[in-house]
Design a protein around this ligand. Structure first.
Ligand code: SF4
Ligand code: SF4
Length: 165
């Protein structure tokens, strides 16, 4: 097709690009974007921090518990953390709109906190993590509810004395 033919075709068909950011655009299915963290379902195993190839995930001690941070500007959106998380506490959204000003770079973070709690059995201070579910046989919902307010030591004692069917 010659240049005039191309010109005419483009004039008739109109723009082939999306008007973003001045209008809507398309996000592909299963697009791997910004990370979301759900603190209440997290076991605190820190596997996500260990497998993250870019060091975007950091757990740190906080006066109120254990802080989770995922830096969007460092994340390479590989999905490894979501893949390995045993509880589904990390979810990769399809949000790719992460452009930001330089002065906002320290706000480009997914922050979560696993709070401290008082153990229902011994009164010790412990993290309010979800009980580990990779047990055999799997924990029932009643057992999860019983274990949830316990510290790691009391959970271990409970599991040792657990009646298996
Ligand atoms: S449960 Fe998932 S989100 Fe929580 S520390 Fe483990 S891998 Fe990370
Ligand atoms: S998607 Fe990949 S780079 Fe981003 S936080 Fe998860 S493991 Fe790290």
């Amino acid at each position: 097709m010659n240049v005039l033919g191309l010109f005419w075709r483009n004039l008739v068909n109109g723009p082939a690009t999306d008007p973003y950011p001045f209008g809507p655009t398309v996000t592909q299915k299963r697009f791997r974007g910004r990370i979301e963290f759900d603190a209440p379902s997290c076991e605190g195993c820190k596997l996500c921090e260990r497998v993250c190839p870019s060091g975007a995930i950091k757990f740190s001690k906080d006066p109120g518990g254990l802080a989770f941070d995922c830096w969007h500007a460092t994340c390479v959106f590989c999905g490894t953390c979501e893949f390995y998380c045993p509880t589904g506490s990390i979810h990769q959204t399809d949000d790719w709109s992460l452009a930001h000003l330089q002065e906002d770079k320290y706000r480009m973070v997914e922050h979560g906190l696993i709070p401290n709690m008082t153990c229902s059995e011994c009164g010790a201070t412990a993290l309010d993590t979800a009980p580990m579910r990779n047990t055999r046989p799997p924990l029932t919902d009643e057992e999860v509810a019983t274990l949830r307010p316990m510290c790691p030591k009391c959970r271990a004692k409970f599991m040792k004395n657990r009646k298996k069917p």
